[in-house]
Design a protein around this ligand. Structure first.
Ligand SMILES: Nc1ncnc2c1ncn2[C@@H]1O[C@H](COP(=O)(O)OP(=O)(O)OP(=O)(O)O)[C@@H](O)[C@H]1O
Ligand SMILES: [Mg+2]
Length: 214
């Protein structure tokens, strides 16, 4: 029997207009620090709307858009479209305003594999990243893990994400991901079993278009 999830009523953090205003201000500041103008256009407008409503925990939007506030976000699309930066802006908001609901730790997928390769006790690494909310940045860009003593090459994320699926079901653990992989490519790399669970664990948000890297 799965453990009962604690019933906390999910309420929006603030009005939709205010959240969007605060997010956009933070985004402008973030880009200005890098000598960039925050661009909003046909390629990211829709995404930014969904992204803000998700983080503001808007229950009305949940029903309309087939989005679940219980699931994490899987943001996919081509290179340089603003996936990583969008999550970073939320992290900045969390820190700046001290909003714990907006906070999540993040790590690139390759860094997880590097730690796995370096650590003697590999099971510890798998366990550490299987618990609690996390953003795994750039899933699919990582190399396979080395575990020559036990299995040879091993796809570390298959294990971590299968564990996280179990924790999602039992405890409501959220996972967020950015990736350049399509759903088909996710299936090819990580297998059908995991790809199928992704539908349950994630709201899939597309952020596509040409690269904004300068
Ligand atoms: N809306 C935007 N307006 C202006 N610059 C942007 C915008 N979104 C992203 N950028 C800039 O484009 C570059 C790429 O952004 P980011 O790293 O977030 O892309 P990404 O989607 O994570 O790319 P990748 O898939 O390669 O990891 C960064 O320099 C970022 O500052
Ligand atoms: Mg990125």
């Amino acid at each position: 029997m799965p453990l009962k999830r604690k019933k906390e009523p999910v309420t929006p953090l603030c009005s939709p207009e205010l959240f969007k205003k605060v997010f956009f201000k933070a985004a402008q500041k973030f880009y200005a620090e890098n000598d960039l103008d925050f661009g909003v256009d046909i390629d990211n407008k829709n995404f930014l709307g969904h992204f803000c409503r998700y983080w503001n925990r808007e229950t009305a939007f949940e029903m309309m858009e087939n989005i679940s506030l219980k699931k994490g976000l899987l943001v996919f699309g081509s290179y340089g479209t603003g996936k990583t930066t969008s999550f970073r802006i939320i992290q900045n908001l969390a820190k700046h305003y001290g909003v714990k609901e907006l906070w999540f730790p993040s790590i690139s997928a390759q860094e997880v594999v590097d730690r796995f390769n370096m650590e003697k006790n590999k099971e510890d690494v798998i366990r550490d990243y299987s618990k609690g909310t996390f953003l795994f940045d750039d899933l699919g860009s990582e190399t396979a893990g080395n575990n020559i003593y036990q299995y040879g090459k091993e796809d570390v994320f298959v294990r971590i994400l299968l564990n996280r699926y179990r924790n999602f079901e039992n405890l409501g653990t959220k996972t967020h991901i950015t990736t350049n992989l399509s759903q088909k490519q996710i299936e090819e790399r990580y297998g059908k079993q995991l790809a199928d669970r992704f539908v349950e664990m994630f709201n899939l948000l597309k952020l596509d278009g040409p690269s904004r890297r300068k």
